[in-house]
Design a protein. Structure first.
Length: 189
């Protein structure tokens, strides 16, 4: 997974960047995945590779933007041979174990890979000349920009945090309301 997805993307983009830098223009479009952006149980190797692609794309956008090159990533949601190979029993097992599925995972069954192409064309066009370093979720007639990892809440202290001070602030403010996507389950009898 890492060799094909992450290293494969890196290798193609590296060579494209050489040409794009020389011509001072170009569009790089990579493919990430919701598994890499929000996580999906049982897909650690795939998720790591796809998360790496999203991060790599952000770096390429910063490095190549000054040469008129944009780099963006698409996380497509579509029924492919890979997704079709996941048995319903695996989804049922995750659900019984209390493991949350990716939001909207049920729409994959009706999502056509051809629905992704128009957005690829858009990102490759001059219409998207100012779009750089972004990741988009694309499926059916839906296109969403994925939020970039940014601080959402912060707590401050001068110097190092004493645990007895940090713990209640983290619990009551910093992490309040955050759900566990895979909470521990009671032992089976």
């Amino acid at each position: 997974m890492i060799s094909v997805h992450l290293k494969g993307t890196f290798t193609v983009v590296k060579h494209a960047c050489i040409l794009f830098r020389q011509q001072r223009s170009g569009r790089i479009i990579t493919f990430s995945s919701e598994s890499g952006l929000v996580g999906n149980s049982g897909q650690a190797n795939y998720g790591a590779a796809k998360s790496g692609i999203a991060g790599f794309t952000k770096v390429v956008a910063r490095d190549m933007g000054r040469y008129g090159v944009t780099a963006n990533s698409i996380a497509p949601r579509a029924m492919t041979r890979m997704v079709a190979g996941v048995p319903d029993s695996a989804r049922e097992t995750r659900a019984r174990g209390g493991v949350a599925s990716i939001s909207g995972e049920e729409t994959i069954v009706s999502a056509d890979p051809d629905d992704i192409a128009p957005f690829v064309v858009y990102l490759a066009s001059d219409y998207a000349a100012n779009i750089n370093g972004q990741t988009f979720l694309v499926y059916g007639g839906n296109v969403s920009i994925m939020s970039q990892p940014r601080p959402a809440r912060s707590i401050y202290n001068q110097g190092q945090w004493p645990t007895e001070v940090l713990a209640p602030l983290a619990r009551d403010y910093l992490t309040k309301g955050i759900s566990n996507p895979a909470p521990p389950q009671p032992p089976r009898q």
